[in-house]
Design a protein around this ligand. Structure first.
Ligand SMILES: NC(=O)c1ccc[n+]([C@@H]2O[C@H](COP(=O)([O-])OP(=O)(O)OC[C@H]3O[C@@H](n4cnc5c(N)ncnc54)[C@H](OP(=O)(O)O)[C@@H]3O)[C@@H](O)[C@H]2O)c1
Length: 303
């Protein structure tokens, strides 16, 4: 099968196409013929060799933690989902390939109306947003701050907070993404120095909970804005989050969590913006875009 690998750590250009044997599903596993796979910041961090993440991987590595496709074979003792079922799901690497094998409880049925590109880039950020906001809770009528709100994770988190009853979601982004934030239901503010004043100007009664997915500084800003560390969560600055006594994201990823997010999508409460879809062969292009650290919505690889 065709796959894209990281043979050594480095710039996007290290991504190399290879031919690998088609993997066989073992007991309790399913094999999916991949139609689309998300290109995630974590894939780029691993490719760059960022520690400690890169210490845990063995090269060559096929990146990709989320995918969508058609079940093509099932392992012994696996009845569901049957071959031919269209699914979306998650794994730990392996998504940048024609076929991926995962446990059968890591996929859920793909709604017929969900485009492949959306499905391929849905699982990671949908579950990430769900785990993050579950950790801090969102109560009806509250105000929630989502930092980096225009990105893949932020775009879903804004809409999930609204779906769970937040009266107001303040989202931080660069100016060029402010219209996008308004479209998904957030009040936009510029990120960076002075964030607290800008948030206060649009939410004078204060902010009840916050999600940060940028860095230590923006996380500390969020804690200052909310005032209560128990209601702030980080999806990236795990060490600082522990130091500050913040709750951990409410993991793990699961089919039930993913199915709940797919249900919100089907009900029109979560929309996904695919900023770019490129063929898997052009994965380096996708990674160059990821490496900019800017942009709205998802980058997806198609097969
Ligand atoms: N642990 C998990 O389960 C999990 C799940 C999902 C995501 N994550 C992590 O969460 C992070 C975000 O993921 P993503 O997919 O949303 O990334 P993304 O799509 O690349 O978005 C990154 C966002 O960061 C914003 N940004 C750039 N400079 C900023 C600054 N100085 N302050 C605040 N925001 C800034 C950008 O906004 P502009 O374009 O407006 O500049 C961009 O929209 C990644 O590190 C990812 O690995 C973790």
């Amino acid at each position: 099968m065709y796959a894209m690998t990281v043979p050594r750590f480095g710039p996007p250009e290290v991504l190399t196409p290879v031919e690998l044997p088609v993997p066989e599903p073992g007991p309790g596993q399913v094999r999916i013929r991949v139609a689309a796979a998300g290109a995630l910041p974590v894939d780029a961090r691993v490719r760059r060799g960022e520690r400690p993440l890169s210490d845990a991987v063995t090269l060559p590595l096929v990146p990709g933690n989320e995918f969508a496709g058609t079940v093509d074979a099932v392992g012994p003792g696996t009845d569901e989902p049957a071959p031919g079922t269209e699914v979306l799901g998650f794994g730990t690497f392996g998504g940048y390939a024609e076929y991926v094998v995962v446990p059968s409880d890591q996929v859920v049925p793909k709604p017929a109306a969900m485009p492949w590109e959306v499905a391929g880039g849905f699982s990671a950020q949908a579950q990430g947003a769900h785990m993050a906001l579950s950790a801090v809770g969102v109560n009806p009528g509250e105000t929630v701050l989502v930092n980096s709100a225009a990105g893949g994770l932020g775009t879903v988190a804004v809409q999930l907070a609204r779906a769970w009853g937040a009266a107001m979601v303040v989202g931080s982004a660069s100016e060029r993404n402010h219209d996008h934030l308004r479209e998904i239901g957030a009040v936009p503010v510029l990120y960076g120095e002075g964030l607290a004043e800008r948030v206060r100007a649009v939410a004078p009664r204060g902010v009840d909970a916050a999600l940060d997915s940028f860095d230590d500084d923006s996380l500390r800003q969020a804690v200052g804005i909310v005032g209560d560390p128990r209601r702030v969560v980080s999806m990236v600055s795990h060490e600082t989050a522990r130091e500050l006594g913040l709750p951990e994201p409410a993991g793990p990823r699961s089919a039930a969590r993913l199915a709940e997010m797919v249900d919100l999508y089907e009900r029109g409460l979560i929309r996904v913006h695919v900023r770019r879809a490129v063929p898997l062969a052009d994965a380096a292009l996708a990674h160059r875009e990821l490496d900019t650290g800017h942009g709205r919505g998802k980058i997806v690889l198609t097969l």
